[in-house]
Design a binder for this molecule. Structure first.
Ligand code: NAP
Length: 251
């Protein structure tokens, strides 16, 4: 049974490992191509956009895909909208692996922002030392708040778009641990963290470090991300595939 996994997350990689040795499924992992050297994966991998909804419908038909699992990042809402529309058009079942968001805990000082632009505005007028833990795609938004000193952590250096003038880049790939995150915030004298509510363990240490040091976090809200049948773990997603397989065989 041919399966397409839309990936780019820890959960998608975990799902790939689970399916790699499962002879019931012939799965392919799809990545957007956001990083120059993606981490090695347990499944055959294709990289790059499909060309919108129509392109994805064509891909599903050409590759004789019978089920899709959307395990994309919680902020990759366009890919999820395309997956829902394309699976609907092609009459293919879709499940979504949805990572739970982080919840505010005692000691957290979170300032909610509806999107990245609101986050840039929320830093305020006075110059601050800001840690941007949001990836590289939206860094140009902070060029409109040039009075601040930014430390941005990215996997690959940003390309295109005007960047804020006082920007220091740190290139690193998660997971990150609490000791290192605490040292980073302290050594760089960070006064404010800007983060997406990614959820999961891999990048949570910066939130814990901010809590321990009393550093506020501007938390960018999750977009409204369309979903198919919602699953919470890679194990649940495999169980859903088993269900699809049995219903296709009529057992
Ligand atoms: P997006 O806005 O949902 O998708 C934009 C386009 O990228 C899609 O329409 C699709 O192009 C292509 N695409 C996205 N995911 C794909 C996949 N798994 N396989 C094939 N093509 C894919 O997503 P984004 O631009 O990648 O990221 C949006 C937000 O998510 C950003 O804030 C980013 O920081 C965050 N994020 C993304 C990833 C990731 O791996 N994508 C990882 C971490 C964080 P077509 O329309 O041509 O098919």
């Amino acid at each position: 049974m041919r399966v397409l996994i839309l990936g780019g997350t820890t959960e998608a990689s975990a799902l790939a490992r689970r399916l790699a040795d499962d002879t019931h499924f012939e799965a392919t992992l799809s990545l957007a191509g956001r990083t120059a050297q993606p981490a090695p994966q347990a499944l055959p991998t294709r990289i790059g956009g499909f060309g919108g909804i129509d392109g994805l419908v064509r891909h599903l038909r050409d590759e004789k895909i019978v089920a899709v699992i959307d395990a994309t990042h919680p902020y990759a809402d366009q890919m999820s909208a395309h997956a829902l529309a394309a699976c609907d058009q092609a009459a293919i079942p879709l499940a979504s692996l949805v990572r739970a968001p982080w919840m505010r805990q005692a000691g957290d000082d979170w300032i909610q922002a509806v999107d990245t632009r609101a986050a840039a505005n929320a830093i305020g007028r006075n110059p601050r030392r800001v840690f941007l833990a949001i990836g590289r795609q939206e860094l140009p938004v902070f060029a409109d708040a040039p009075q601040h000193h930014y430390l941005a952590r990215v996997i690959d250096a940003p390309v295109g778009g005007a960047l804020p003038p006082n920007l220091t880049l740190v290139q690193a790939r998660g997971p990150f641990d609490l000791a290192a995150e605490t040292a980073l915030l302290r050594d760089r004298r960070i006064e404010l963290v800007v983060s997406k509510n990614a959820g999961g363990d891999a990048t949570y240490a910066k939130i814990e470090a901010a809590r321990a040091l009393g550093v506020p976090v501007i938390m960018i809200a999750r977009p409204d991300k369309p979903a198919g049948y919602v699953t919470a773990t890679s194990e649940d997603a495999v169980a859903w595939l088993g269900h699809v397989r049995r219903s296709l065989r009529g057992v």
